[in-house]
Design a protein around this ligand. Structure first.
Ligand code: MTE
Length: 330
């Protein structure tokens, strides 16, 4: 892959975005806007220029147009930490299918048709099949999971997701003994996802987990956040959330889940294998080759905070990796 593509990694914060962001922050309050300056550690070539974008691109509906999700159960896995403002969580996004600026997903993801939507579950399962989002929600009680989200770019948020444990969904399809890994795929449709007209990544976006990670109770398929259906820019109508891993593992707008025997190819790992490992567990002891992972900036806060091993979920998940050298298996 060429230099341009290689240069477009999640660390890229470009002039246009910084302007948008700081203007927006200034409206909110001065201290927070000072904090936004701390985000300015990235620089590089432009990735997706605005004139390249499809004219069909349109903004998604506002939050009040998204239905509330009823009958949501609370979960002991939720953190009581202060939640990120809804406005921040839905306007500062990574979703390269709609452009590489943080503000692009909110601006341009209105072209994504999220209803009807179904997910095909196949591979090493006794009962492969396709399930609609409605059927998923009818068969499982949605739970609120207030999780920390730590991006590999060293910013973080706290988001009240609404979702279903992935393990419970997979069990219904009866994984066979050959199911060692789970491979996920995002929709591939450049008409709806104009960013896919450019080869910033090899489309469709792909992610993967080891089967024990997928079956872990912290791992969810999220259909909503902040009490309502998922906004398009956050990965409607169905995205993965794996809170102890860097955010890029949490693949958005999933259309296919395959249980497979060997480790599946994953988008950022294919793009830059030295920089983005398959496991990508949050680990302050292993720096990204181009920046430190010891600290993070919680969006909305001024001072950086320490990044915690496994993003603070070590008690729950560290045992999954016992005996593994996590500096090598990054
Ligand atoms: N999924 C798809 N399909 N495409 C993407 O570009 N970006 C990832 C992840 N899932 C991405 C994706 C990255 S880098 C992060 S940090 C999170 O989504 C961001 O989720 P958020 O925008 O809801 O905060």
């Amino acid at each position: 892959m060429g230099l341009l593509i290689k240069s477009i990694h999640p660390n890229h914060i470009r002039t246009g975005e910084v302007t948008d962001r700081s203007l927006y922050m200034r409206r909110r309050d001065f201290i927070k806007s000072a904090g936004a300056g701390l985000l300015l550690y990235g620089s590089g070539l432009a990735g997706c220029r605005s004139e390249d974008r499809s004219e069909a691109a349109e903004a998604p509906p506002t939050s009040s147009a998204l239905n509330k999700i009823h009958g949501v159960a609370k979960s002991p896995y939720s953190t009581s930490e202060e939640q990120t403002d809804y406005e921040d969580a839905t306007s500062y996004n990574n979703f390269y299918e709609f452009g590489t600026d943080k503000s692009d997903p909110k601006r341009y993801s209105g072209s994504l048709v999220t209803d009807p939507w179904s997910v095909r579950i196949g591979g090493a399962v006794a009962k492969p099949g396709t399930v609609s989002i409605d059927a998923l929600l009818r068969s499982h009680t949605p739970e609120e999971r207030i999780y920390r989200l730590r991006c590999v770019e060293a910013w973080s948020m706290v988001i009240p997701w609404i979702g279903i444990p992935l393990g419970k969904v997979l069990e219904r399809f009866e994984p066979t003994g050959n199911a060692k890994y789970v491979a996920f795929r995002t929709l591939h449709d450049p008409k709806q996802m104009p960013g896919q007209k450019r080869s910033v990544l090899e489309w469709p976006y792909r992610e993967g987990l080891r089967i024990d990670e997928a079956m872990h109770p912290l791992t969810i398929l999220a259909t909503g956040m902040y009490g309502r259906e998922m906004p398009s820019q956050n990965g409607a109508p169905l995205r993965l959330v794996v809170p102890w891993k860097y955010g890029f593992k949490s693949i958005k707008s999933i259309v296919a889940i395959d249980l497979v025997e060997s480790q599946p190819p994953t988008s950022w790992n294919m793009q830059a294998p030295r920089e983005y490992g398959f496991f990508s567990n949050v680990n302050p002891a292993v720096d990204h080759p181009r920046w430190s992972q010891r600290k993070e900036r919680r969006i909305g806060e001024f001072l950086k905070r320490e990044t915690l091993p496994f993003n603070g979920y070590a008690d729950e998940v560290a045992s999954l990796y016992s005996g593994m050298d996590l500096t090598k298996n990054y």
